[in-house]
Design a protein. Sequence first.
Length: 390
Amino acid sequence: MLQKKIYLDNSATTAVYPEVIDVMQKYFSKIYGNASSLHNFGKQAKIVLNNARDIIASKLNADPEEIFFTSCGTESDNIAISGILNAYKQRGHIITSSIEHHAVFYLCKHLEKNGYRVTYLGVNKDGIVSIEDFKKSVKDDTLLVTIMHANNEIGAIQPIETIANELRKINKTRKNKIYFHTDAVQTIGKLQLDVKKLNVDLLAMSAHKFNGPKGIGGLYVKKGTHISPITFGGHQENGLRPGTENIPAIIGFAKAFEISNTKIEEKNRHIFNLKEKLKKGILDTIPNIIINGSGNKSVSNILNVSFSCVEAEALLFMLDRHGIAVSTGSACASGSSGPSHVLSALHVDPIIARGAIRFSFGCYNTETEVDYVLTILPDVIKKLRLISPI
């Protein structure tokens, strides 16, 4: 029987706040109407749907009609990117980064097979794209820029505001506007986001990354953005995302967002201190390791470490036996072969990349848990290196 259960995979998903579970309960059994129905049950559901939209919009400094509910961040990314491109009548050019989440990265690969040209901007050693490279990559037929706010494997925060400002200058000289989308799944609920300050046209969200329920996401679409639906059916979400709204999850999304935005700086300090404590402990006790990405330009909760002469999956399973849950990278890449495309973009040696582990913290983690990890990890690494063929 495990002595400890320590969850350090909060970038994959998070525990739902108890308050969120409590507030969701009655929408399964009491206020359970379809928000599209015209009777009183439906009207009740419509009211709470609109209230949740108002809450999320106010926290993002958006208008309620700019917020659309989806099933997850991946769907939000797909609606944003394909929806913009479908609104154009010609194939053209797309700009993205080489370290995007698979929801964007694989979609861009798919689009290349269907006549679009894609520029994948490289990143520096910290995982940050170059503004100059971005400006040089813009073409006469560029239709869309899609660059994530923060990377899900190394935590690198991209200069979204600066890119948006440069894009605004470029758009002043063009007949057709280039739209700007950002995947903010790893920053929503962790940073204070203001869509007007970010100056993006589209922004993807997912509730389960900030202690909300799974199966609910959101998409901000700036007023005036010319976007077409990619699925068809009912008139829900103004036709952009047809299908019966998941009212309990939407209520949970709004409640989790409210809680996460309360004392956000204090929470980030707590989480950052845990990350720094673990990083220092690893550097002090384990030789031949590499910290992937930057600690200065990254979200507070992600630490990606490569352990030389160690297979990451073997390390993951060994730590799991001690009750410590970590990740080898993106949860969406679990089971895939080959090195992480993110670490490849950072030019990490493929052999070193095979030993990369992502530790990601949440609001419920403690210093005691970090201390426990640091008592287990060095011995586990030593054992794995003794049997390593590398």
